[in-house]
Design a protein around this ligand. Structure first.
Ligand code: DOR
Length: 443
């Protein structure tokens, strides 16, 4: 089937151009095809911008085992609505994905349920080095250097040294220093409030763990992606990347800060914790400066009831896949960034970090994973309208300008103006790790 998208402003890596885009066989077949070209479906996208679909390289979709919080059907609907066409999911499900069989099980579940494309990391433990060495069909290995939701944790130096020395897949980690976190918690005692979350998981905890991971990556010359950078200080470490290091920031670390606990309570309780307004500013600057290359959500839903428990029983995590692109489009509307930057941070850069084949750009031969956005549309986020199973958002009541309106996965329309085509199934992402990642694929 041939689809012709006409009259859109098309966001290419080289700039924004008003050209028709031809889709065929699930691929972008041509840009600016000959005027006499015919198509089965012609879409008039006057007034809209066409972007590459968002690739969210850090989500927690809870299946198997925790499907009262989220599942691959509800999460992938949320993705389609938010313009996310590919997700890479973290291993802290139940059971955790720490073997090839565990990864394969998730791939099979996603094949039957997911409306968008998918991939699953394999999780590191102190004892599964052989699984990590032989793992396939995965973007890479996730290490919890600090513990978070679930029981995955690798913080003994000898285990970390082996993972960095003996595996060849790209590595990524949750960087909060476990002993600093425990010492802070012990010092603060039992009478805790939510604001203590950012004192327990403090700047030092993040800084120590990130510095430790970078040291391992440099000594072993191993590619490493720093997940959810939360402090301005860590960004200074990222300047010396040595062609090995990439980093990511999440919307909640860009837009929330410790004063927000008063207003939003546990809805903004996250690991790593939210920090200060100065950190928000410095993280944004690090994106602008190219020290951080990727924006991802760390979408981590928990039920409303779970979140309402008093701290520290309240779990850490918030949902974001259906609002992340809109949050950034709103920043573009305010003049804080450009649409080309958004396409880089949310599509092209994650595709290159994880060696995703044919993804992340609007270019001939690439997969037709696309999102049309209306940069003028104003819409207010509301708990009840969320597709995520947990049905809440920390951005409830926030009005944003700039929203996705229509999403394609491999050339199939999966979402249009509030309506899903639930017959669409995404495909397993494929990786060409020989490419060598982000720095090896500079234009
Ligand atoms: O706050 C968090 N929640 N951070 C993580 O790294 C994990 C996540 C979860 O899975 O709930």
């Amino acid at each position: 089937m041939r689809t012709l998208i006409k009259n859109a402003q098309v966001v290419l890596p080289t700039g924004i151009v008003a050209i028709p885009v031809l889709l065929e066989g699930g691929k972008i077949a041509d840009l600016d095809p000959a005027p006499q070209i015919t198509a089965d479906v012609t879409i008039d996208a006057t007034g809209l911008h066409l972007l590459p679909g968002v690739i969210d390289d850090q989500v927690h979709f809870r299946e198997p085992g925790l499907t009262h919080k989220e599942d691959l059907a509800s999460a992938s609907r949320a993705c389609a609505k938010g313009g996310v066409t590919t997700f890479l999911e973290m291993p802290n499900t139940k059971p955790a994905a720490i073997t090839q069989a565990g990864v394969n099980e998730k791939l099979a579940l996603a094949a039957s349920k997911s409306l968008v494309n998918y991939g699953f990391y394999i999780g590191a433990t102190p004892h599964n080095i052989e699984d990590l060495k032989t793992a396939q069909r995965t973007p890479g290995i996730k290490i919890f250097i600090g513990s978070s939701t679930g029981d995955l944790l690798v913080d003994e130096q000898s285990a970390l040294e082996r993972i960095f020395a003996e595996t060849s897949l790209p590595l990524t980690a949750h960087c909060e220093d476990e002993s600093t976190v425990r010492a802070n918690a012990a010092r603060l005692g039992d009478q805790l409030t939510l604001a203590d979350h950012s004192r327990i998981r403090d700047h030092q905890a993040a800084m120590i763990a990130t510095r430790r991971a970078l040291d391992l990556a440099f000594r072993h010359r191993h590619r490493f992606h720093v997940l959810h950078v939360s402090t301005g200080d860590e960004t200074a470490l990222l300047a010396d990347h040595q062609g090995l290091i990439t980093a990511e920031v999440c919307p909640h670390h860009l837009f929330f800060h410790i004063e927000d606990y008063e207003r939003l309570g546990s809805l903004v309780q996250m690991n790593p914790s939210i920090k200060t307004q100065d950190d928000n500013r410095r993280l944004w600057q690090a994106l602008q400066d190219g020290l951080i290359q990727v924006i991802a959500t760390d979408h981590a839903p928990h039920t409303w009831e779970e979140k309402q428990q008093p701290y520290p029983q309240s779990p850490s995590g918030l949902p974001a896949v259906e609002n992340s692109l809109a949050l950034l489009l709103d920043q573009a509307h305010r003049g804080a960034c450009t649409l080309e930057q958004i396409a880089h941070w949310m599509s092209d850069a994650p595709a290159r970090v994880w060696d995703l084949v044919d993804k992340g750009r609007i270019a001939p031969g690439y997969d037709a994973d696309l999102v049309l956005v209306d940069t003028h549309r104003q819409q207010t986020i509301q708990h009840a309208q969320q597709e995520t199973k947990c049905k809440w958002s920390p951005w409830d009541g926030v009005t944003l300008t700039g929203w996705p309106v229509r999403t394609w996965v491999h050339g199939e329309e999966v979402y249009r103006e509030g309506v899903f085509n639930t017959a669409v199934r995404g495909r397993e992402a494929t990786y060409d790790h020989a490419r060598g990642g982000y720095w090896a694929t500079q234009d």
